[in-house]
Ligand binder design. Structure first.
Ligand code: ATP
Ligand code: MG
Length: 314
């Protein structure tokens, strides 16, 4: 077996004549976090549905933990846990009853089941509200319970469809640390999100989905590097210094109002040293400098929602 937890090739899916996934290839190594990033309607949930055997592909192959999703759906289901985009908890049951229901539906033996329920309630900080009906839970508590339910049976590959949408910053961070703990245990996480910061924080690899196609794939740093615009910004105290620096630094552009100079650079230590050496050589002192790298927001905006550009580029 390879170390791919998820291997997808040429995946296609249409609803009637609407093509939703138009040839997706991806590979997720075991024990890593993969984030599928994309705007509303990009096809994230559809991808999760096909990968978790909830929907059938129209073309391509999907292998999960080495099993083919089309021909061995049972084996796939036994290897995975899924937390859907909309909490799948039962409002009328208590938190504990919801978890117990999952245990009853799983192969976990009844005796061990009780322990599993208690451990999960504790781990997700839900002990106090365990006896209350879920209808009285906040959105964040529901999300946590939903994820706890996914963990019954200890799945090694977990799909999380927008696990933190609608959570406040604190609950989001709690969710992130739970996700990191799972990966530290060797679990593979496939996570969809609309939050670039989330992908940046968590993911080993990111794929950006737009209108059913992957428009970029790589580590967060690789994606950031795809967007040109990394530069060094130097600030000066006098116009004379700005003038002098602009003369000796090739390719720089000036911002007279801010007494600043924008110098293209890869941001690496070697080029920074060369830049500062050059200023030294001409006895020019800068008031301050900063390296400006594009963040994932820039990447996302540059890569998605550009159908017209794509068409006209052909
Ligand atoms: N069962 C279905 N029948 C018909 N069209 C569908 C169905 N499910 C999804 N679609 C369409 O497929 C496209 C992708 O939907 P999907 O739910 O995968 O997007 P998403 O990336 O998860 O979006 P969001 O961020 O809003 O959750 C949308 O245009 C949607 O209308
Ligand atoms: Mg969705």
């Amino acid at each position: 077996m390879t170390s791919s937890a998820i291997a997808v090739s040429g995946l296609r899916k249409a609803y009637k004549d609407k093509v939703v996934l138009d040839g997706i290839d991806l590979d997720v190594r075991a024990g890593t976090i993969f984030s599928l990033l994309g705007p509303n309607g990009a096809g994230k949930t559809t991808t999760v549905n096909v990968l978790t055997t909830l929907a059938k592909a129209d073309g391509g192959t999907v292998r999960i933990a080495g099993h083919d999703a089309a021909t061995q759906p049972k084996a796939v289901r036994a290897a995975i846990g899924v937390t859907g985009q909309f909490a799948a908890v039962d409002e009328l049951l208590t938190g504990r009853e919801n978890l117990q229901l999952m245990v009853d539906l799983s192969p976990v033996p009844a005796k061990a089941g009780k322990r599993v329920v208690n451990e999960l309630l504790e781990r997700f900080d839900l002990v106090e509200s365990a006896q209350k009906p879920v209808s009285t839970y906040s959105g964040g508590m529901r999300r946590k319970l939903d994820l706890a339910m996914t963990l019954v049976g200890d799945p090694r590959i977990i799909f999380l469809d927008e696990p933190t949408t609608g959570l406040d910053p604190r609950s989001r961070r709690t969710m992130w640390s739970i996700i990191r703990d799972l990966v530290a245990d060797g679990v593979t996480i496939f996570l969809t999100t609309q939050y670039l910061e989330e992908a940046d924080q968590l993911a080993d690899r990111i794929a950006v989905l737009d209108q059913g196609r992957l428009v970029a794939q790589g580590t967060p740093d690789e994606l950031k590097r795809q967007i040109p615009g990394t530069h060094v910004r130097l600030r000066f105290t006098t116009v004379a210094e700005l003038d002098a620096a602009a003369r000796v630094l090739n390719g720089s552009t000036r911002d007279d109002e801010a007494l600043a100079l924008r110098v293209p650079s890869d941001g690496g230590t070697a080029s920074l040293r060369a830049l500062l050496d050059r200023l030294d050589e001409y006895a020019i002192s800068a008031d301050g400098f900063s390296v400006q790298t594009p963040d994932l927001d820039d990447v996302f905006l540059a890569l998605t929602g550009s159908r017209t550009q794509e068409v006209s580029a052909k």
